[in-house]
Each structure stands twice: as C-alpha cells, then as structure tokens.
Design a protein around this ligand. Sequence first.
Ligand code: GTP
Ligand code: MG
Length: 221
Amino acid sequence: MNDDCPKFKIIFLGDQSVGKSSILNRFSQDKFEPNYQATIGLDFHSKNVMINGANVRLLLYDTAGQEKFKSLIPMYIRDANVIIVVYDITNTESFTHTSHWVNETKDLRREDAIFCLVGNKIDLADKRSVSEEKGKNFARDNGFIFAEVSAKDGLHIQELFNNELFPKIAEKFKISGDDDENVTEGNNNQKPGVKLEDNVNSKKKKGGCCKGKKNLDLQDG
Ligand code: GTP
Ligand code: MG
C-alpha cells in the first residue's frame, strides 16, 4: 500500500472486559481469543482497507478498560476520526458507564469525528441485562451509530464496519477511488513508543485516494 494514502484513527473505549480487543481482533484478523488478557495501557494495530474504491489505512487504538489507565485516554481521543464506545449487553454497569465516554468524546471531538455505540456479547442472549432498545435510544439521543455484535461468533462486526462506518467515513471525509490523484500530504508519524503492526497483507488493488484531503484532521503524532 502506498504510504501516502489517507489514514483514519479509530479508537475503542469502554469498561474492562466488555470485548474491545475481541471486536478489534475479529474485525482485523477474524479471530477470537476466549481467554481474557487485559489490555495494558494501549494496543495499536493497523489494517488496510478499500473505502469507496480508495486505499485507506485504518489506525486502530485499543484502550485498556482498567481504571488506572483511564487518564491516558483523552489524548488519544483528541485526534481520533472514529470513536467506538463498547459495552457488554450482559453487564448493566458497563452500559451505564458508557455515558462517561459518550460525554467526554462529544466534548473533545464535537462534529469532527464519527461516533458509534456497540453492545457486545449478543451470543449470551440468556444473560442479557441491557435491552437492545435501551442501547438504540441512548445512541440515537447522542447522535451515535448503534450496533449489537458478538465478537465470539463474529456477528454483525464486518457489517458494522462495511455497511455503517465505511460509508460514513467516505461521506464525511470525501473519499472516492474515482480520483486518480494520489494524496501526498498526510502525516505518517507514529506515536513514540507505539509499534505500527500491519495485521493484514494488503492486496494490490487499484484504488485512488482521498479527494477531501484538505478537510482531514489526521494528525498522527
Ligand atoms: P480490557 O482490555 O481489560 O479493557 O478488556 P476488553 O474490553 O478488551 O475485553 P476482551 O476483548 O479482552 O474480552 C474480555 C473477555 O470477554 C474475554 O474472555 C473474551 O473472550 C470475552 N468476550 C469478548 N467478546 C465476547 C463475545 O462476543 N461473547 C462472549 N461470550 N465473550 C466475549
Ligand atoms: Mg482489551
């Protein structure tokens, strides 16, 4: 992939153990780890995708739900393009706590980002304690995209990205593969101490880049 292609930061937020890392792993590598391994601080991955016919690199920031790491998170929210707040549909407290991130991210990013609320673990239907309606209403009231998913079964995760988030990204940041101009602007610096891992081998497809590059707020560092 051309390193000059547009990059979008996606950050995952939410309580400990709601399944942020699992959703990310299902999306980026189509795998699921049943044994819980708490994220320490922050994990970083990347994935190359086609959005509206254009090559795009997604920078995926997987935050830790543990309270002791919470103070680190706002600085990563500040330049995120997509904010995904996750809760566990079997854990009411994790849903209640989403209001913290919903308010904080709206304060920090206002109109600049795409917001999404995700209820995870729908495979555990018999243990559900947060109704779908409750999640949907809360998302709607705050202007968030809403989805219920299962990282374990892979339910609705690719659909969330392909059918909801990618079209929103294309629309908001004016991405189109029809444009043959290659973007040469953009900042590919990594955060100090953060390793950029390319989880997916990009297929060499023809694709243009981003028409709306001047509108992008893609500070990478
Ligand atoms: P922190 O890194 O501590 O913030 O947690 P996290 O939000 O990243 O959660 P993680 O993805 O590590 O998942 C926590 C536990 O829930 C693990 O044991 C996962 O296997 C399990 N889990 C995640 N998603 C699902 C799901 O969709 N269904 C079920 N049944 N279990 C899940
Ligand atoms: Mg994690």
